[in-house]
Design a protein around this ligand. Structure first.
Ligand code: 4AZ
Length: 229
């Protein structure tokens, strides 16, 4: 997170730390057993290697709750080259519950341009550095319209309908290590940190648009949550 502040997980209870031995990503708790994250965070990862921490203000904090993953579902039309449909569902082996843990609702409406939205994570706080930080950071950034984002990325990257953009150019942005984490508007999950062209450059951060993938996620949850019989 560039241009933000140190936060505390009690203000971001839905925010999950999604890690392997070498990678740091964010995620959001949608149901006690289900986390949403970016597909590119988990695409080459074995489920046995994933660790999900809830209630973690500090990456090395003592009060975090650790959970494991027994199912990774990557959206089938995810494309690693275009980064279209950058979303994955993670099912935990047991429910994530705790004082500093809460679920967040998936937004069904797109966020209007220029509105301020909140992004959080353990990603780099300096552009050019790729080290995750110990304490969770948060920044408020303005949403961009689809047309302004398409225009500024013209000739650099194609912005699709499954993407949405937010940042204060040169000042406030997500960065390496924030991928998979939440963009929150009105207490709902509106976006998932996906990619950018550097951090806090002229170009805004790009997010998977949650209203575009909401039904897919809810169907995965239904399909893979055995009903008690
Ligand atoms: C990354 O590499 C990354 N400026 C995530 C977000 C942004 C840039 C890079 C947005 O995970």
């Amino acid at each position: 997170i560039i241009g933000g502040q140190v936060s505390d997980i009690k203000y971001e209870k839905y925010l999950m730390l999604v890690t392997t031995s070498t990678e740091v990503c964010g995620g959001s708790l949608i149901k006690p057993l289900w986390v949403i994250t970016a597909a590119h965070c988990v695409r080459n990862v074995k489920k046995e290697d994933l660790r999900i921490y809830g209630g973690a203000s500090n990456q090395e904090g003592p009060h975090a709750i650790l959970r494991y993953v027994d199912l990774i579902v990557i959206r089938p039309d995810f494309n690693m080259n275009t980064l279209n449909m950058d979303v994955a569902a993670l099912r935990l082996t047991s429910q994530m519950v705790g004082a500093n843990v809460e679920t967040i609702e998936l937004a069904s409406q797109v966020v209007p341009p220029r509105v301020l939205v909140k992004v959080s994570g353990w990603g780099s706080t300096k552009s050019g550095s790729s080290v995750a930080v110990k304490r969770v950071h948060t920044v408020w950034v303005p949403m961009w319209s689809m047309s302004s984002c398409r225009s500024i990325y013209y000739g650099i990257h194609r912005i699709t309908r499954s993407m949405t953009c937010a940042a204060k150019p040169y000042r406030k942005d997500a960065c390496d290590g924030d991928s998979g984490g939440p963009l929150v508007y009105n207490g709902q999950l509106a976006g998932i940190v996906s990619f950018g062209y550097g951090c806090a450059t002229r170009l805004p951060g790009v997010y998977t648009s949650v209203p575009q993938i909401r039904n897919w996620f809810l169907n995965i949850v239904k399909e893979h949550t055995p009903s008690a019989s």
